[in-house]
Ligand binder design. Structure first.
Ligand code: ADP
Ligand code: MG
Ligand code: MG
Length: 207
């Protein structure tokens, strides 16, 4: 199982906030090619608000912390990505409230939630294209007996490969889908930010 305590969850979200700040220009440049150029500023605003909330609040459990993260993203990010990432973290937080649930299962619930909300399937050139291989790799690594850091690194690598694999895809959801064939040849910004979130988890568990 992949058990994370509240301090580890806090360190993960703080690392994610730093990463969104560091990569905001890159994420917005990706979004400028196939969207409206704001994905980096959206993610930076949302995760900076999460970091502020976490500095002020003392969630007692990792589940409460992820739920607070989800609520904060929904209320602070104007773009499509706010409700989408919000649904992921809220679903993961809800699952972690169950005594036997681990982070691998919780993140799997996040995938179900984002697909229910946004209707995207793998191959539609969205968050789902990085997130699906990441949770699959995480579950496989945990089943193989990998330690938490190793399992998270496998997930991060799979997420990054999934994000890169969006380049040849035609966008079928979100703003990029308005471009039709012209969306081909560009890496999806949301899949890229998802890979950064899994990389932040691996970095945190390795530290
Ligand atoms: P907006 O498109 O409102 O400006 P962002 O730029 O912050 O929002 O986010 C764009 C990203 O959101 C896309 O790159 C894509 O990965 C993701 N996205 C859009 N629609 C969906 C959806 N229905 N399901 C999953 N991800 C989606
Ligand atoms: Mg955008
Ligand atoms: Mg926008």
């Amino acid at each position: 199982t992949l058990d994370v305590d509240v301090a580890t969850a806090r360190a993960w979200l703080q690392a994610a906030a730093t990463s969104m700040d560091d990569h905001a220009d890159h994420l917005s440049a990706l979004d400028a090619a196939i969207g409206d150029g704001d994905h980096g500023t959206n993610m930076r605003r949302g995760f900076s608000a999460v970091a502020d909330k976490l500095a002020a609040a003392e969630p007692a459990t990792a589940g409460e912390l992820l739920t607070l993260t989800g609520r904060t993203l929904i209320s602070t990010v104007g773009g499509a990505s706010g409700p989408l990432y919000g649904s992921i973290f809220r679903a993961a937080g809800k699952r972690l409230a169950e005594p036997t649930a681990d982070l691998a299962e919780a993140l799997r619930d996040g995938l179900e939630a984002v697909q229910k909300l946004g209707g995207a399937q793998p191959g539609d050139k969205t968050i789902v294209d990085a997130y699906t291989p990441a949770v699959d790799a995480l579950a496989a690594a945990v089943a193989d007996g990998a330690d938490p850091a190793g399992a998270a690194r496998a997930a991060a690598t799979a997420a990054d490969e999934g994000a890169q694999a969006t380049i040849p895809l035609l966008a079928r959801k979100g703003r990029a889908s308005y471009l039709g064939e012209r969306s081909i040849g560009h890496q999806d910004p949301g899949a890229t930010s998802t890979a950064l979130i899994f990389a932040a988890l691996a970095d945190t568990l390795e530290a």
